[in-house]
Design a protein around this ligand. Structure first.
Ligand code: R5P
Length: 297
């Protein structure tokens, strides 16, 4: 198998290659003076199974274009089976037409990847598994959604969060709290979250959750502005939790998000390396490599 770490994921790509016991083949890449991306695949991919690793973290647009250029080129050069590991799949949150005229960006992005020749797309903790399954119904490209939540929870156990209450910031993400709590060996619950679709303002309330004097972990797929996580953490502290951890798979941490979350009272902030940040204490390399190894058997 040929593993190609994309320009945005050199480290993760190398770690996945190492897990698979093969040499990574980085691409040549640069930006033209006008900002366009140049990529050149240096490995010989003809007749080979190829794994491209490229997360689509900010700047999402250029990450996505680079991914499409690499995928299309690998297929064009004769790659046999083309797998793209895109641990953070940008544009996934716009998966419904909330307001008339909005773009269904999840649908369009996956359509583009399929058109570029991708046979299998691997993502980690997609924003909505249900939306991904809906999209899968319209695609021949296989879409696989892996979860890093048990890995985050395992790390939290080593930080003393065994038995902690696991919470998700909304009901739709209760599966994250449940998966986390299973490893923590604690209870789980969710916040009631409402968002104003025009202003983006959110309101969060938690009911029937007893965290007084105990520890709690908020599990989310993404921390972006940190607003959701900060509200959740503050709510738990207000209810008497003695220690609260903020855990997410994709830590985008835009515009001082981490400061906001710390100011709300978080004792720990934890994320994976689907997006590389100082909080990426958990790696998804093994998770992805194990899936690929199983596929290749
Ligand atoms: C939303 O449904 C997601 O699961 C996250 O809760 C949200 O994207 C986090 O965004 P922010 O950090 O900007 O509040």
């Amino acid at each position: 198998m040929i593993v190609i770490p994309g320009p945005v994921s050199p480290k993760l790509g190398e770690m996945i290659a190492e897990e698979l016991g093969v040499e990574p083949h980085p691409v040549d890449h640069r930006l033209f003076p006008d900002g366009e991306s140049y990529v050149r695949i240096t490995a010989s991919v003809e007749g080979q199974d190829v794994l491209i690793v490229q997360t689509t973290m900010p700047r999402q647009d250029s990450s996505l274009i680079q991914l499409l250029l690499m995928a299309g080129t690998a297929k064009d050069m004769g790659a046999r089976r083309l797998i793209c590991a895109v641990p953070y799949l940008a544009y996934s949150r716009q998966d419904k037409r909330f307001l008339d005229g909005e773009a269904l960006s999840l649908d369009l992005c996956t359509e583009l990847l399929e058109a570029a020749g991708v046979d299998e797309l691997i993502v980690v903790d997609a924003h909505s598994d249900a939306s991904l399954r809906r999209v899968q119904g319209n695609r021949t490209m296989r879409i696989v959604n892996l979860s890093a939540i048990p890995l985050l929870a395992k790390h939290l156990v080593s930080l003393g969060f065994e038995g902690a209450y696991g919470l998700s910031p909304d009901k739709g993400a209760i599966h994250l709290a449940k998966a986390g709590a299973e490893v923590l060996k604690g209870d789980h619950g969710f916040f009631e979250k409402t968002r104003d679709r025009r202003t983006g303002e959110i309101e969060m309330r938690v009911k029937d959750v007893d965290v007084e004097g105990g520890k709690a972990v908020v599990f989310d797929d993404i921390i972006s502005s940190g607003g959701t996580m900060a509200k959740a953490v503050a709510g738990l502290k207000a209810q008497g939790a003695i220690s609260v951890a903020a855990a997410c798979t994709h830590g985008l941490f835009m515009g001082g998000a981490e400061e906001k979350i710390k100011a709300a009272g978080a004792d720990f902030i934890l994320a994976t390396d689907t997006v590389e940040t100082p909080y990426s204490h958990v790696s998804v390399a093994k998770l992805i490599a194990e899936h690929v190894r199983r596929e290749m058997k």
